[in-house]
Design a protein around this ligand. Sequence first.
Ligand SMILES: Nc1ncnc2c1ncn2[C@@H]1O[C@H](COP(=O)(O)OP(=O)(O)OP(=O)(O)O)[C@@H](O)[C@H]1O
Ligand SMILES: [Mg+2]
Length: 419
Amino acid sequence: MSPEPAIVVSDVSKTFRIYRDKNRSLKATVLTGHRARYEEFWALKDVSLEIPQGKTFGLLGDNGSGKSTLLKCIARILVPNKGQITHRGRLAAMLEVGSGFHPELSGRENVYLNGAILGMSKAEIDRKFDSIVDFSGVEAFIDQPVKNYSSGMYVRLGFSVSIHVEPDILLVDEVLSVGDMAFQEKCAEKFVELRRSGRTVVVVSHAIEQMRTFCDEAVWLEKGQIAGLGKAADVITRYADQAHFVQQDNQPADEPAETVDEVSDTNDDRGRHGSREVTITKVELLNAQGEDVREVRTGDAVRLRMRYRCTKPVESPVFGFTFEHDSGFLVWGHNNEYPEQLMPTLVPGEGSIDMVIPALLLRPGVFRLGAGISSDRAVHVIDHLPRALTFAVTTGTPVETVGVVVMNSRFDNPVVGPL
Ligand SMILES: Nc1ncnc2c1ncn2[C@@H]1O[C@H](COP(=O)(O)OP(=O)(O)OP(=O)(O)O)[C@@H](O)[C@H]1O
Ligand SMILES: [Mg+2]
């Protein structure tokens, strides 16, 4: 007889409220007493599954499909609107990068803080401290405030603390995609070791080929509902086939204009315009792993890519990218209209160009990426997509208080005392 499952998820639904009146000022709301209008959004809908004890279980699905929401419900950080989740044994979760970490405290202090949050006593942390730091590989920085850590360093330390809890159940969200190759291998080895000692691991990752190597079973979520459940190899193959199919479907060879994220010629309101000797066929926002993503963190290295198809030669083409804030104002833009940045003449055929941003200095929020091709020092517009795709920036480093941008600011020379 197989042992009782480690986690049972029964008929779980979770909704979020999406507020429509986001531009109403607080003052207007207070003065008129109107409640903001909202819509219910189903992040999870009627999800039921059992996660067997001692197995490594994968959660896969596109961005926004509900994977992190499900993990948070299992970890009891979120409460489902409907349904129940039970688990057996000690549970530790490594959810978002830096969750449970305080940016101003040192790595050492955060190990104690995070360890305590995860249920370890001070004596237990004292005993395991060296091993935690050793596994994380950040010993040289352990007495630095973690706000100065890279997202990879955050994850290494956070992951190291959570495995040292020696939990019966470990939940991990996206650790593999942030760490470098060496750390990813270390994590994969750890998963195997945990499984060998009968622990249950639930892991979310977009690195699906790696998941194939260490997951026993998996669920594939699509818009908050189960699209596949069972042996990891089967579910991953079906998910990968479907993702591939969608990609092909989005890029029919004779219809390049339709391939840009939700943009078509008939959507005038989205502001596409230009003479079209060259057509932008795709705009991508790539993370450090080269994946086309819709969520990045403050401080991440990103690469903007524009793919195009050219039908007539264009001399001195000018390529540009812009970031527009959700509220509509233009935050940033850059192109190569200056003579010292000349590009070679475009010839008929297909091509692409990248813009590299070493560190994205935007605060958390929603932004739109625009892309354009022009000529004549940007006077003649060939194809301009002001809103090619929408993306979210989430908390990374540096953490600064309000606004749209971060400036790597710091306080200096405080003068304390009577004037
Ligand atoms: N606190 C929240 N308030 C409102 N909406 C939310 C909240 N948290 C998540 N959502 C929404 O719920 C949906 C599922 O989000 P979730 O983070 O679970 O996706 P995910 O599968 O983890 O995606 P990713 O691969 O990008 O990490 C998304 O549409 C997201 O915008
Ligand atoms: Mg997620």
